[in-house]
Design a protein around this ligand. Structure first.
Ligand SMILES: *Cc1c(COP(=O)(O)O)cnc(C)c1O
Length: 227
């Protein structure tokens, strides 16, 4: 595997793409990496990039090609929604009704309908964000979503526990897949099309469990360097 580590970003991305089944899209998770790294992935056709900090995303959006589809994958504070809404393609981590309402309000001002994923708390770690099963049920059986005319829920997002125990990861992905199927059944097959699960360490498992939007960072761009 040694050759893997001397490959560049474009080569690593090509290798990843060549392994993926039809219908699975990669969110190239470029947080902390510079524009040059993003442009290298862009040069071989990658257009979907994911960031988890609003400020960093705004700067990158301003300085990089306009046909990039920016996905926000982090924990979003309501007071930052306004800055994202004019251009963001998909917000992955919507984890409260308050946030849904704020996105709706800002999207209305921008005359947009913004696509979002509901984040589900599937991991054992308390620290992770997301709706519980119960809260999700309330949303999909209630009438709030139909009232929020400027936000469109198009699927679910989840993060598995950070563990080497494959059985735990499988159980968590299987769980979110069941909820995803329930959302399809209640909100409609045409609307609910995206299941965002899987990162560098577990994307293969995620795909087995129906993940069709994988958020891959370090496997493409290398390790992140947080200062
Ligand atoms: C950073 C990040 C990823 C990508 O993680 P890697 O392990 O580098 O692939 C995926 N999802 C979220 C929400 C992230 O913040």
């Amino acid at each position: 595997m040694e050759h893997f580590f001397i490959m560049g970003i474009a080569d690593r991305l090509k290798l990843l793409l060549s392994e993926l089944p039809q219908g699975v899209d990669v969110v190239a998770t470029s947080k902390t990496h510079p524009n040059e790294a993003i442009l290298e992935a862009y040069s071989i056709g990658q257009r979907i990039f994911g960031e988890n900090k609003v400020q960093e995303l705004l700067v990158k959006h301003d300085t990089l090609p306009k046909d990039i589809e920016w996905h926000f994958i982090g924990h979003l504070q309501t007071n930052k929604v306004k800055q994202l809404v004019p251009f963001v393609t998909l917000i992955h981590g919507v984890d409260s009704v308050r946030l849904l309402e704020e996105i709706n309000k800002q999207a209305q001002k921008s005359s947009r309908v913004v696509d979002v994923l509901l984040q589900i708390h599937i991991a054992q770690e308390e620290s992770k964000f997301g709706f519980s099963d119960e809260e999700l049920h309330q949303l999909i059986y209630g009438d709030l979503l139909t009232k929020l005319t400027h936000v469109r829920v198009v699927g679910l997002m989840g993060m598995a526990s950070n563990t080497n125990d494959l059985a735990v990861v499988e159980r968590e992905f299987s769980h979110i897949k069941q909820l995803y199927d329930l959302c399809k059944a209640t909100l409609g097959e045409e609307q609910i099309t995206k299941l965002s699960i899987g990162m560098s360490g577990d994307y293969k498992v995620a795909i087995q469990y129906g993940g069709n939007l994988i958020r891959v960072g370090s496997m493409i761009f290398g390790e992140r360097d947080y200062h």
